[in-house]
Design a protein around this ligand. Structure first.
Ligand code: GAR
Length: 189
């Protein structure tokens, strides 16, 4: 039986697209659901084009059980956060122990926590004169950007690099590694 993955995303969805592409012909897993909390987000267009079921997350229900019951009903066995910015509520963590992974666009534990997402991360990294940044893929627990780290990859920051240029480097790293790391994690389950 193929594992059923739900991808939670709030943005353009470039990572979601890479994950969909990676598992398109897979025998171990399929992307069965795209969950998004932002009407009009690019990832919803991707879901439509790919003919993947989508759900627009509504705050009240999310706070109640994180859509855990809905995901179980759909037979979802693994959750991937790919640019999803809301904290994961405890009932969802309890429903999917060590079965929720997140990608963060920096080398955790540095540059993580509330408010550290997307462009804000890259601005802070550049403002602090860092020579390196990177990506972190980790299990999700009840704290922001905190669970056990599964994988990290780094990139160099050249003098004069802008936050936008760093964002591009980070996206390349994410696209190169995230789908394969998800597959590795799935194979351990
Ligand atoms: C990615 O860079 C991801 O690491 C980041 O949002 C971006 C989504 O891009 N996530 C966070 O900042 C989580 N704290 P995408 O919509 O093109 O995949």
């Amino acid at each position: 039986m193929k594992q059923k993955i739900a991808v939670f995303a709030s943005g353009a969805g470039s990572n979601a697209q890479k994950i969909i592409d990676h598992f398109r012909a897979s025998e171990i897993a399929e992307i069965s659901l795209i969950a998004c909390n932002k009407p009009g987000a690019g990832v919803l267009t991707i879901a439509e084009q790919e003919q993947i079921e989508q759900v627009l997350i509504e705050r009240e229900q999310y706070k109640k059980d994180g859509y855990a019951a809905f995901l179980k009903e759909k037979g979802i066995n693994f959750v991937v956060l790919a640019g999803f910015l809301w904290k994961i509520p405890q009932p969802l963590i309890d429903a999917y122990p060590r079965k929720i992974v997140n990608i963060h666009p920096a080398l955790l534990p540095a540059y993580g926590g509330k408010g550290m997402y997307g462009a804000f991360v890259h601005q802070a990294v550049i403002a602090n004169g860092e020579k390196q940044s990177g990506i972190t893929i980790h299990y999700v627990d009840e704290h922001y950007d905190h669970g056990d780290i599964i994988f990290q990859a780094t990139c160099n920051i050249e003098p004069g690099d802008t936050p936008e240029q760093l964002a591009q480097k980070i996206h390349l790293l994410e696209h190169a590694h995230f789908p394969a790391v998800i597959e590795q994690v799935l194979q351990q389950h």
